[in-house]
Design a protein around this ligand. Structure first.
Ligand SMILES: [Zn+2]
Length: 290
């Protein structure tokens, strides 16, 4: 099993690098998986389905459907997973909710496309850089730093920790277990100093993704002296550790940090947006495209 899984992980990683080249992405930066699907001609739709993470429909055009109610970072990973089914020429597939499938038998194709999604969203070289620029290493990073890096790559905290341990092997299983003890809710409290129910994205000074992709209600913590342009975000307070914003309207905006001139484009989608992915940031979605 071990050698089979490591062969599959290598195949997943190689395919992810090929797709990155195909869509004109470099081999280290975070990417938007929906933009990548557009570029390879796979249509992505978010739908109100509660029974599955997503599905892949093999056809012309190929289509991916993602459960709109899942957390945003989970949707991103699922989209990469379904794109993996496409890239590897698998047949139409329904992926049930992760919780429901965790106890089922090991399936090589599912393992392969998970490895593909992880490598597509969190390339090895990019991860190593992300730790280095924050003056740390995968072995020494605090839960807060791991959370910041997971935000930057658009994945969940646990997804990052698992990939570091079982995908890239940059950390050992013991370290993964230790880091896995911190829940995202606890980390949000650690960062903001209070309990919050909303999702949080930390857009730190080392942010390298081309855009900040969030949905209405999400909180965004940016460095001190950051101001917002556009009506998609509202400033909710100056904290000692930075400026806190909340996404309030779908559309485009910009976060500009005065002292260092950093500027990040922000794309806000409706909360749990339902419809074709290409419409997710529009302020008004065409009626027939919901
Ligand atoms: Zn699958």
């Amino acid at each position: 099993m071990k050698s089979q899984s490591s062969q599959l992980a290598t195949r997943g990683m190689q395919a992810a690098l090929r797709v990155r080249q195909q869509v004109g992405a470099d081999l280290h930066s975070p990417i938007c998986v929906y933009d990548a699907c557009d570029k390879v001609g796979v249509q992505v739709r978010f739908a109100e389905i509660n029974s599955m993470e997503g599905m892949y429909y093999r056809g012309t055009p190929a289509k991916i459907v993602i459960g709109a109610r899942r957390p945003l970072a989970r949707r991103n990973f699922t989209c990469g997973h379904e794109l993996g089914h496409h890239v590897f020429g698998h047949g139409s597939t329904v992926d049930e909710l992760q919780e429901a499938t965790s106890s089922t038998a090991w399936q090589p194709d599912e393992f392969l496309v998970n490895a593909f999604s992880a490598a597509l969203l969190m390339p090895h070289v990019g991860l190593k850089r992300a730790f280095a620029v924050r003056g740390t290493t995968p072995d020494k990073a605090t839960p807060r730093q791991l959370f910041e890096i997971s935000c930057n790559f658009g994945v969940g905290y646990d997804t990052l920790v698992n990939h570091l341990a079982y995908g890239t092997q940059l950390i050992g299983p013991e370290r993964a277990k230790e880091m896995g003890r911190s829940s995202p809710k606890e980390i949000r409290k650690l960062i903001l100093g209070r309990d919050v129910q909303e999702a949080l994205v930390v857009v730190d000074e080392h942010w390298t993704a081309p855009t900040v992709d969030i949905e209405v209600e999400t909180l965004a913590l940016a460095p001190k002296h950051t101001i917002v342009e556009g009506a998609s975000l509202r400033h909710c307070g100056s904290l000692e550790i930075g400026e806190l914003f909340q996404a309030v309207n779908p559309g485009l905006g910009r976060l500009a940090t005065k002292p260092n001139g950093h500027s990040r484009f922000v794309r806000v989608s409706r909360f749990q947006f339902v419809g074709l992915s290409k419409f997710r940031h529009l302020e008004e979605v065409p009626d027939d495209e919901h």
